[in-house]
Design a protein around this ligand. Structure first.
Ligand SMILES: O=C(O)CCC(=O)C(=O)O
Length: 324
């Protein structure tokens, strides 16, 4: 006699098949990017496999070198920021919020972004001016969730000035150690759109708590270049999750996990939603769980300057995945 599945057990196994299918799709969409990373730098693979485990991370942190002495540094555009206080806050909670870009700087970067064509959904085939977002959706016959500038970001002088600001290097070196080096510079839009595909949502990592594994130790500076409220896709960070990891999240290849699981493990009351005026800057250890949320009504323009401790990847420097 064979066991007949009950309605309940049938529903449970269908749910499991669906969940496994979605996990495989999430891994599959990133495989071309992972293969490109390994080809460019074989040391990326051990990092990717091990840096998610707490023992390997802790061992790696032991290699942090003393901070270098810099002679004749230019004045910072953040004259009142206190490096030591920011680093202490980062160590304790993983997040420091409260940098402010001078108006002239954030306006120059936003103007550059408005006048420069961006690439939709990370695809160089979907090129359009941000003000033409709706027409571009019609022209390409698909919803467009994000618009990236990739290497074009470096055509803007204010971006270069911000990259070179001594405060950013100072904070990165005091937090990550003397090996700290810049590994990313990105500017991108999050656009309100209807019916974004699951694949595009996955690539944009929107509405999904995840941690970053682009290097053993990382620090990211984010700056809002448009005002951000609950309707324009605010960034969310889970305080304290940069130094804890439940075993399940150390032993899986996935970096994104369901909100209920993440909030249950690291505390829903630790979730901070960051909103503010254009020019607001915050710094985070992206090993802590975080996410961008979907822009519901107004677009968000964001800039990131990231630091790590390994040789930067040319492609990852501007956040460009390999898409097929
Ligand atoms: O768009 C955002 O706010 C989040 C970006 C992000 O998740 C990342 O850089 O890892």
């Amino acid at each position: 006699m064979t066991d007949q599945p009950t309605g309940k057990s049938q529903a449970a196994s269908l749910e499991m098949v669906a969940r496994n299918g979605s996990v495989l799709r999430r891994i599959a969409v990133r495989i071309p990017t992972y293969l490109a990373d390994i080809r460019e730098n074989p040391a990326w693979l051990p990092m990717f496999l091990l840096a998610r485990t707490m023992p390997a991370r802790k061992a790696h942190w032991l290699g942090a070198k003393a901070v270098r002495r810099h002679e004749n540094t230019a004045p910072s555009i953040f004259p009142t920021a206190d490096c030591e206080q920011i680093v202490d806050t980062l160590r304790a909670s993983g997040l420091f919020c409260g940098l402010a870009l001078p108006t002239s700087v954030h306006e120059e970067i936003a103007r550059f972004a408005q006048q420069t064509p961006c690439f939709g959904n990370f695809s160089r085939r979907l090129e359009f001016l941000p003000e033409d977002h709706s027409q571009a959706e019609q022209r390409f016959n698909r919803s467009i969730l994000s618009g990236h500038y990739f290497e074009r970001a470096l055509q803007c002088e204010a971006v270069i000035a911000l990259q070179r600001d001594p405060l950013l290097t100072d904070i990165a070196e005091h937090y990550l150690g003397g090996q700290a080096k810049m590994i990313t510079t990105r500017i991108w839009w999050s656009f309100p759109t209807k019916a974004a595909s699951q694949a595009d949502m996955r690539l944009a990592s929107q509405d999904k708590y995840h941690f970053d594994l682009d290097d053993w130790r990382m620090l990211k500076f984010f700056f809002y270049l448009t005002p951000v409220n609950e309707d324009s896709g605010p960034h969310v960070y889970l305080l304290g999750s940069h130094k804890r990891r439940i075993l399940k999240h150390q032993l899986t290849l996935l970096v994104g996990h369901p909100a209920n699981e993440v909030l249950g493990a690291y505390g829903a009351n630790n979730a901070v939603t960051i909103m503010g005026e254009a020019g607001l800057g915050f710094v985070e250890d992206p090993f802590g769980f975080h996410m961008g949320t979907v822009a519901k009504r107004s677009p968000r323009l964001m800039m990131e300057i990231g630091f790590g401790v390994s040789r930067p990847s040319r492609r990852r420097f501007h956040g460009e995945p390999v898409i097929r």
